[in-house]
Design a protein around this ligand. Structure first.
Ligand code: ADP
Length: 392
């Protein structure tokens, strides 16, 4: 069965087509700058990379080019061969604990959750609708970023605020990157050959979050009501004392929206080091002895270590810790410093194995009390698997 996994952002559309159940990638690509100038797309097909500049006024234009490429590259002979579409949907509120076939009711729910994910859910819906016209016969499945975290208990997902904020306005911790955390936990359980394993999964990308997983179920996660909570990220602050917000408004004359924008887009690595949101630039700065870059790195490591330590206690120990996403898979320095800071837990790095990028690897020594791994994440594959299972 041919299954298309889709991740639509407000100005981008990422896709990967699989032959299932073999999980073979047939073609993948990214449409960028949709609705902006200089739009275009890149494709990976038959081991070849193709880059084209085309006008993409909206998501429908991107879908049209995508279909044209599928036909021209003989990935499908007709669109009827695409039997399932899996769409990433960021927010499923507290209603969706699993992937579902998207009906009108589900679509209305996703729209109802707009206030909870104003940047993401509208873009996801644009993506869903863009395919409806062109590929009307496929089973359409929604895979929610929040779903995996729905197993958290009230004690772990509530904030210490008036209870009515939860009952009346749904204020609670939702958690994000769930598709990645689920992939990582499943892969760790496979490697450990242990279904009741206690695992700490670290998704460290431009956005980052950490989850505690027991028996394959999430018991806690670092992101919260929005993806701005938790660890320090590329441009997001992570956890802060909310009272900073009115204080900065009064001191600078900024509006609430401006301060929230600062916390989402001008904080984190970018805010602290003042140069870049990219961890590679921060690491280059460290090599040049840039003190703010060194500080950024130290603060990032500390924020990750705090969550790992707290989840180690919450889980009653850990069978494994894994690192994933751009930074987790690639930064030898970040992993090394996190693991060394966990020394009190008896965790010991194997420096030679840690000198690995983008590949699955055990990176701690034999005497380490908890094994740590690099596990490259694959959210697209998870989306394709769920779409395949629901379509079949
Ligand atoms: P997202 O999907 O959230 O946009 P990614 O998972 O692609 O983010 O991660 C982006 C981050 O990964 C950036 O900070 C980038 O610097 C970092 N990264 C990617 N490759 C490397 C590398 N080789 N060494 C260090 N950091 C890297």
């Amino acid at each position: 069965m041919k299954v298309l996994a889709i991740n639509a952002g407000s100005s981008s559309l990422k896709f990967q087509m699989y032959e299932m159940p073999e999980e073979k990638v047939l073609i993948s690509g990214l449409f960028e700058r949709i609705g902006i100038n200089n739009s275009g797309y890149t494709l990976k097909v038959n081991g070849e990379k193709i880059k084209k500049e085309v006008v993409l006024n909206n998501h429908e234009d991107a879908v049209e080019y995508l279909i044209k490429e599928l036909l021209e590259n003989n990935i499908v002979a007709s669109l009827d061969e695409i039997e399932a579409l899996g769409h990433r949907v960021v927010h499923g509120g507290d209603k969706y604990a699993d992937s579902v076939v998207i009906t009108d009711e589900v679509l209305q729910d996703v729209e109802k959750f707009y206030p909870l994910a104003p940047l993401h859910n509208p873009a996801n819906v644009l993506g869903i609708k863009a395919f409806q016209k062109s590929v009307p016969n496929a089973v359409v499945v929604g895979v929610f970023d929040t779903a995996f975290h729905q197993t958290m208990e009230e004690r772990d997902f509530l904030y210490g605020v008036p209870y009515e904020w939860y009952t009346d306005y749904k204020v609670r911790k939702y958690g994000f990157h769930g598709t990645s955390h689920k992939f990582l936990a499943n892969r760790m359980m496979e490697i450990l050959n242990k279904k009741d394993a206690k695992i700490i999964t670290c998704h460290l990308g431009n956005g980052g979050s950490i989850s505690a997983v027991k028996n394959g179920k999430c018991i806690d996660t670092s992101m919260g009501f929005t993806p701005n909570a938790g660890i320090i990220m590329g441009t997001r602050s992570g956890d802060i004392d909310v009272t900073i917000i009115p204080y900065i408004m009064s001191q600078t004359g900024k509006t609430l929206d401006e301060v929230i924008d600062d916390l989402n887009k001008k904080s984190g690595f970018l805010g602290i080091c003042g140069i870049s949101s990219d961890s590679r630039d921060v690491e280059d700065g460290m090599k040049d002895n840039n003190l703010r870059c060194i500080l950024t790195h130290k603060m990032f490591v500390k924020s990750v270590v705090n969550y790992i330590a707290s989840y180690y206690v919450a889980l009653g120990g850990a069978d494994a810790i894994c690192f994933s996403a751009g930074i987790g898979e690639n930064s030898v320095t970040v992993r090394k410093d996190i693991i060394e800071a966990l020394n009190a837990l008896g965790i010991k790095i194997d420096e030679a194995s840690n000198n690995t990028r983008g590949k699955e690897a055990l990176i701690t020594s034999e005497e380490s009390a908890v094994p740590c791994y690099i596990i490259p994440t694959d959210e697209e594959l998870m989306i394709a698997r769920d779409a395949f299972n629901l379509a079949k």
